[in-house]
Design a protein around this ligand. Sequence first.
Ligand SMILES: Cc1ncc(COP(=O)(O)O)c(C=O)c1O
Length: 270
Amino acid sequence: MQWRLPSPLERLEEGLFLKRDDLIHPDFPGNKWRKLKYNVAAAKSAGRSTLLTFGGAFSNHLRATAAAGHHFGLDTIGVVRGEEHQPLNPVLARAAALGMRLTYVDRASYRRKAELEQQLRETYGDFFLIPEGGANSHALKGCAELVAEIDQDFDVLCCSSGTGATLAGVATALKPHQRAVGFSALKGDFLATAVDELQAEFGHRTGNWTIDNRFHFGGFGKRDATLTSFVDDFEKQHGIALDPVYEGKMMYAILIGRLFPPGTKLVALL
Ligand SMILES: Cc1ncc(COP(=O)(O)O)c(C=O)c1O
């Protein structure tokens, strides 16, 4: 299968480039490969043959972890929040087709992470655990790497944020005159704490990033007519289908929000 690494850097308009991580590989949309690369490496060097991770029933991270196992010779277990529904939705069907063993956990038990991990270890043995959304130090290392692929000077690197791992990682690799902004795809103001904790765990805290919580459009996975028509218009104009969960919200903030002074050189991470 075709890998596109380094991912392309495309000029969208004056002062705005898109870093097309969405084109890295069809099985690893968006930042998924960046987050999984060093998790796979760590699992292998620890001699583990199984990756286990968590997610909701529509989690692209579950599907991408299944793909990582498939491509790199590791077994995978996906712990899905909620009840099993048959037939499987397309995300879980693809994960299963890639060899992932799916197991379902009710929402209350899913929240009790330590207890759940203990039970999973008793059932499945010595797996390599990747947290929900792939958000750990290995992910930060992979995300940090993408910055060196950007061969244009820029002032601000923009990304969409779910767990905050991508923002936490890229911020560690910026030059002193650069900063990063994460546009939260979720409602609430908890992501800054998450980013700070992830950087602390990674051993590299930086003060060069901020989170903009204003463009969530009602919360995770939510959208309204404004966002829908923005995404449609963007596709007509640029031929790029933005996902409305993450990319659409970020590009709306950048292009419609007019948040940056004229002349600011931006790179937006898809
Ligand atoms: C395109 C895209 N942007 C951003 C995110 C969120 O990244 P993070 O969880 O690292 O904040 C995701 C999902 O992981 C994604 O697919």
